[in-house]
Design a binder for this molecule. Structure first.
Ligand code: C5P
Length: 234
């Protein structure tokens, strides 16, 4: 089955002004954008409403992690904001993930997509063992969390593009993989450790790639975005 791939631009800006200045460069297309904690905490829900009003799809990357009742009620608020994708930490457990789905589901049965962060990519095997006292191979933990998310009714996970194939094997092809850590073959890697090109992410089977600085810091962001679309989504 041909996949419905898309490129999500990580709008990691500190203010609404910088964000709108960036988005105003796009006159012919309306990219899917990711709003993270920094922008949301500095500008509040109004930034979501405004970007939505401008016609963009929104992945609101707030990574909820709390008791089920609190997550249920918070997800209801995000659902009313009409975002397209939101997320939580699978480490919050199955009951929390089920509560999140309940909170997100509107009276008419529709809801934003919900995806889970499995294990943060800043946690490696040693940190997991020493800080979290989890003594299993990291790859197994990631796959177990992905399966928990699927069984709780979630739509997918955020993961490395290098893990996307394995996640699809374990959770099915319809389970979404949303993958950051993307760089052009001729681009700077920056602080990302394990990176993949848009073309390779397509081969491995990512459903969405999340691209920040290769687009936001490019001399010509619109050209860089189109290059991502061409390599990944066409
Ligand atoms: O600028 P860059 O392309 O590295 O941005 C990637 C985006 O994806 C950032 O918003 C970053 O916080 C996010 N992200 C990531 N790695 C993860 C999860 C999220 O880079 N494991």
């Amino acid at each position: 089955m041909e996949k419905n791939r898309d490129v999500i631009i990580a709008c990691d800006f500190a203010s609404a002004k910088d964000t709108y200045e960036f988005l105003d460069k796009f006159t012919d297309e309306k990219p899917f954008v990711k709003i993270g904690m920094e922008l949301f905490y500095s500008e509040g829900p109004e930034i979501v409403r405004e970007i939505k009003k401008r016609g963009h799809k929104i992945f609101l990357d707030l990574k909820l992690h709390d008791i089920p009742n609190t997550v249920r009620k918070s997800m209801k608020v995000l659902s009313n904001l009409d975002v397209d994708i939101c997320n939580l930490h699978a480490g919050g457990g199955t009951d929390m993930m089920k509560a999140a789905i309940e909170g997100l589901t509107r009276d008419d049965g529709t809801r934003p997509l919900l995806i889970a962060v499995t294990m943060l990519t800043s946690i490696d095997q040693t940190r997991m063992e020493e800080d979290l006292l989890i003594n299993r191979p990291l790859a197994d933990v990631v796959m177990h969390y992905a399966l928990n998310a699927k069984n709780a009714g979630l739509d997918g996970v955020v993961c490395s593009p290098l893990e996307a194939g394995k996640v699809h094997e374990a959770c099915g092809n319809g389970f979404l993989t949303v993958t950051p850590g993307i760089r052009f073959a001729d681009g700077a890697v920056g602080d990302q450790q394990r990176v993949t090109t848009p073309a390779r992410a397509k081969e491995i089977g990512s459903d969405f790639i999340v691209v920040g600085r290769p687009i936001t810091a490019a001399d010509d962001p619109v050209y860089a975005y189109r290059r991502c679309i061409k390599e990944f989504a066409e």
